[in-house]
Design a protein around this ligand. Sequence first.
Ligand code: GDP
Length: 293
Amino acid sequence: LSKIKEGLKKTRDSVFSKVKNILSLEKLDAETLEELEELLILSDMGVETVEEVIERLKEKVKEVKDPNTALKKVLIDILKEEEEEKKEAPKPYVLLIVGVNGTGKTTTIGKLSRIFKEQGKRVVLAAADTFRAAAVEQLKVWSERVGADFISQGQGADAAAVAYDAVMHAKSKGKDIVIIDTAGRLHTRHNLMEELKKVHRTIGRVLPGAPHDVWLVIDATTGQNGLVQAKKFAETVNITGIVLTKLDGTAKGGIVFAIKKELKTPVKYIGVGEGVDDLKPFDPEEFVDALLA
Ligand code: GDP
């Protein structure tokens, strides 16, 4: 818990510690609820979600007397996913990573590769952000650091061709996981979205059913703007998961709840620092415990 707790310090200090204090000291009357509402809105939870939290809390305290425990239960319920059936992972499993530049895409791919490597998986990284030379180079460095195969055609190459190569490579060499980095330049949004569609389509042609997941990286410090970006991406490709980075850099960690409510897409991992071990699987109970610690 400690790393996640540390990463959520700003959000806790500015919002949730106060929430906890209010709920321990005062009766859950209209005034307290209003104060609570204002605090939660500050955390970027989104007005609708805050209203839902308040309504559910009023119900919950009827059965769970302690308001803090009741709030904890309500928050966990909102974040909880239906249990997924455990299926055998396809091989190779292909994961496409999308998101705006600067959100932490490449770093996240590096951290994920490390997690997968530690599970004994053989990983291939594909540099399909062919727009920026620095992105290709950065991914190469990560591949060397974690011991993953690296597939690239250099800057300016066709992104779909790189993705194609990577999946072919994984198929022929019996690799377990392919992670594909993609471009995230916003100023040429139309081209970007067309490129993503093409990458997606091409992968599906080499390996039916792939990509098996498309994860969108969102920078928590961009708050509600991140949600707007996310909706743009979701119009283009079917996003199956979210990685929320830089939670350590914001007091607005309540954005997790807004993502869950508005995007209806599960948060898979959270970034709580720049270090290689600072990407953590998202667990609702652990997260809420850290918020109300
Ligand atoms: P990309 O342009 O989306 O590929 O973004 P990068 O992977 O290059 O990351 C941009 C910056 O964000 C880098 O300085 C990363 O170290 C930093 N970063 C990524 N994830 C996190 C995180 O969870 N916390 C913090 N504090 N910084 C992060």
